[in-house]
Structures are given as structure tokens and as C-alpha cells.
Design a protein around this ligand. Structure first.
Ligand code: 3HC
Length: 290
């Protein structure tokens, strides 16, 4: 299906990434249904939309009409079937657990219309690890947004050997309509482009911290003030979620058996203490407004 025929989008997962992908699509004029099994997460997502749009209007960044249209375009539902059954495109944005994604895609394959494209926003899991549970492998693809999805302009579209060119073209065009700049990866690779480069700096930062060379604040200062990044690696982990850093490392460690991928003690400790960053009010930094 071509991008011009995509009208209805379902976003599965209303967490950190999902709700902002949903709102980005609604602002671009798509009819969006955002779903999550966790009602509290769903409520928070809806609350975010309800406050975000008037704030943008007040700042003069959005007209009242555009805000009203976006609000009318997005609905939240805890019922996966209701959210996905009319979708032309599904963007899955649930946590980084392969088995969960596989079982979800299997369900989606049975719920969705035959033409529906099933995309995953996974940060690391390539769609070839998921596509085989569906009967539409040519319509399964990675479509990877960045946090915060309403702000960050890049989308990585990653073609699996099973993915048709029509599907990647459609996802590139949908990204453009959402005001994003897509890049196409012709082959699957772990971590795609951005997270591979980010991992290098993040791992080095954790190593320097673990070695007691400097504190997280000074390492962040070094990266922002000398390299010109908008955020240092520790503040960024707080933004993207320390749970994500933990799950990704565990998934890779368990799959490879290579201890080099084992999450660092500082990440394990923060994960266990529920210090997951902005979403829990504390990570490497504190977020009293949480
Ligand atoms: N959600 C939505 N919008 C946000 C936001 C958030 N969490 N944080 C900031 N914004 C918006 C603000 O509303 C503001 O919008 P406006 O210009 O329309 O008023 C704009 O962003 C700028 O915000 P601030 O002035 O408050 O703050 P900054 O200028 O410091 O920008 C930032 C905040 C955009 C988060 C910036 O610090 C940044 O770009 N940080 C780096 C983010 C990054 O590297 N992301 C990629 C992470 S890797 C990833 O996502 C991969 C995944 O697989 C894990």
C-alpha cells in the first residue's frame, strides 16, 4: 500500500516513545489509535496530549485549529483489537523484549486487514526476528523514532530481506508527512545507525564512571561543553530510560552469552531500585516534577 492510502495508524505501547509517535502522527493529520495494556500508562499518555497541545498554542507554535484537529485525531484505548482492526499502519512501541514483540505481531497479524503494514519502533531488534510469526513478511519493517519523538527529526527505516521495497518506500513517505527526515538502511544491523554510535559513547561514559575517573555530572559536562551534544550520556539515559538500557544489555547478553554485554553494576543497581530516569522521578539525576 502506498503512503497516500495510509489514513489510520495504530500505535501499540503508550509509554515514553509510543504516545509521542501517536501525537506526531495525529499532528500530521492521521487518524491515530494508541493502545496499551497498562491503563495507568494510557491515562498518562492522554493527559500528556491534553496539556501539550494548549501549551504549544500558548507559545504560538501551533494554531488553535491545528491543536483541535490533532486532539480529535488521536484516541486512546486499552483494547488492542479495537485499536488495530482498521489500521493501515501499525507502529509497535512496546518494551524491548523479543518474545513479547513476537507474540504481539502474531496477534496483530490475525487482527489487522490484509494490506496493513506492521512496523516496529524497536531500538535494536531487527524485524527479521519477528516477521516470521506473520503471514505478511513483506509488510514487516523497522521504523525507528528517537526520544523525544515529537522533537527529534530522524526516523531510521530498516529493510529486512523479507521487507518489500514498497513497504520501505511507504514508511519513508509517512515519515516525511510526519515532518521527519527518514534514512534508509538497506540491510539489517544490530543498533542500526544511531544506537551503534550512541552505544560507543554511552559505554565509554559508564566505564569512566565505574572506574571512578569522574562523576556522572562531570562526564556529562565534558560531552556537552566540549563535543556540543545537547545532553550528556547520563542525562540522555535518564531521558530514554535506564530500564531500556538494562533490557537491551540483558537481551544481548543472554542471546550472545558474551559477558562483555552484561549490564554494568551501576545500571543493574539503578534498574533494581526503580531509578529509571525521568519516568520514575530519579535516575542519575532527580526529577521532582515527576
Ligand atoms: N517531550 C516533548 N517535547 C519536548 C521534550 C519532551 N520530553 N523535551 C523538550 N521538548 C520540547 C520543548 O517543548 C521545546 O519545544 P518548543 O521549542 O516548541 O517550545 C523544545 O523541545 C526545546 O525544549 P527545552 O528548551 O526545554 O530544552 P532543550 O532545548 O534542552 O531541548 C531536548 C530538550 C530536545 C530533549 C534536547 O536536550 C535534545 O535534543 N537532547 C538530545 C536528545 C537525543 O539525543 N535523543 C536521541 C536519543 S537516542 C534514542 O532515542 C534512540 C532510542 O532507541 C533509545
Amino acid at each position: 500500500m502506498g503512503a497516500e492510502e495510509i489514513k489510520n495508524i495504530c500505535v501499540v505501547g503508550a509509554g515514553n516513545m509510543g504516545h509521542q509517535i501517536a501525537l506526531s502522527a495525529a499532528l500530521a493529520g492521521y487518524k491515530v489509535r494508541c493502545t496499551d495494556v497498562n491503563r495507568e500508562v494510557l491515562q498518562k499518555a492522554e493527559q500528556f496530549v491534553t496539556t501539550y497541545l494548549p501549551e504549544k498554542v500558548a507559545k504560538g507554535k501551533l494554531t488553535q485549529d491545528a491543536a483541535d484537529a490533532a486532539r480529535a485525531n488521536v484516541m486512546f484505548s486499552s483494547d488492542l483489537r479495537e485499536a488495530a482492526e482498521n489500521a493501515d499502519l501499525v507502529i509497535e512501541a512496546v518494551i524491548e523484549k523479543l518474545e513479547l514483540k513476537r507474540s504481539l505481531f502474531k496477534q496483530l497479524d490475525s487482527i489487522c486487514l490484509p494490506h496493513t503494514i506492521l512496523a516496529t519502533n524497536s531500538s535494536y531488534i531487527v524485524s527479521s526476528k519477528i516477521a516470521d510469526v506473520t503471514s505478511r513478511t513483506e509488510k514487516v519493517c523497522n521504523m525507528h523514532f528517537f526520544n523525544p519523538a515529537l522533537v527529534m527529526k530522524l526516523v531510521e527505516v530498516v529493510k529486512g530481506t523479507h521487507t518489500s521495497e514498497k513497504t520501505t518506500k511507504t514508511l519513508m513517505d509517512v515519515s516525511l508527512r510526519m515532518g521527519k527526515t527518514p534514512v534508509l538502511l538497506q540491510h539489517e544491523i544490530y543498533g542500526f545507525l544511531v544506537n551503534r554510535m550512541l552505544a560507543a559513547i554511552k559505554n565509554e561514559a559508564i566505564y569512566l564512571l565505574d572506574m571512578g575517573i569522574a562523576g556522572h555530572e562531570d562526564i556529562d559536562k565534558a560531552v556537552t561543553l566540549a563535543l556540543g551534544y545537547p545532553m550528556g550520556p547520563f542525562r540522555l539515559m535518564d531521558l530514554t530510560g535506564i530500564d531500556l538500557t538494562y533490557f537491551v544489555a540483558m537481551e544481548r547478553y543472554q542471546e550472545s552469552g558474551d559477558p562483555i554485554y552484561r549490564p554494568s553494576p551501576v545500571i543493574v543497581e539503578k534498574f533494581i531500585k526503580n531509578e529509571w530516569g525521568r519516568k520514575t522521578g530519579k535516575g542519575f539525576y532527580e526529577y521532582p516534577e515527576h
